[in-house]
Design a protein around this ligand. Sequence first.
Ligand code: 6PG
Length: 239
Amino acid sequence: MATELLICKDERELFEKAAQEFIAIIAKAISEKGRAAVALSGGSTPRGLYELLASPNYRDQLDWKNVYFFWGDERCVPPNHASSNYRMAYETLLAPLAVPAENIYRIQGEQEDVAKAAADYEERLKSFFGHQPRFDLVLLGIGEDGHTASLFPDTAALEEQERSVAANHVEKLSAWRLTLTLPAINAAHNIVFIVTGAAKRAILHKVLFGKREYPSQLVKPTAGRLLWIVDRAAIGGED
Ligand code: 6PG
């Protein structure tokens, strides 16, 4: 499957296009299977997308009770912590849409035993999917070091080829993270990266056009679709 690249004039258009893609992918999955499973991205970029999806222009385009929410990764913090990916998504998307609690599969970043937290989430994925997870949509961002989810350069989780969830120690952050692994991400029907801003220009060019050396370049759907939605500030060049 070829990699698709959608260049938007600015961040606002990027969130509109990403929201339209989200709705289209999820609506198709619901029409085919009666439900859809999405793994949300963390960080700051997706906030604008989540707020738009919960806005009057989009909120009524899906029957959210058929949408099941997971995360691509989580920091090892409590759910009410300022850096919790769950908290950001809950405040901007899940609470405004009144998503039923049973539709929300939170990664328990508060667990002291990170290996157990990863194993528990793996079990919850297996119980939902009944087999290896195959998300209808995995939303991803990219860090300036080329990481995605919590798959950072030179970290152990990059090598994981069996499990779907890993506890990953990130030396540069002196922190543990919980993350979907490449097999779980690459099994998705649709993988969408959203990248905004001039700060990401250098890494975006390396990842899209350079030799393969960053975790984000290991995201290659085995049978699904890979779409990059970027704004002009991130990709450069003329309008
Ligand atoms: C996280 C994300 C991470 C994020 C990138 C980009 O937990 O931080 O999963 O992979 O997508 O770091 O973050 P920004 O959107 O804040 O630039």
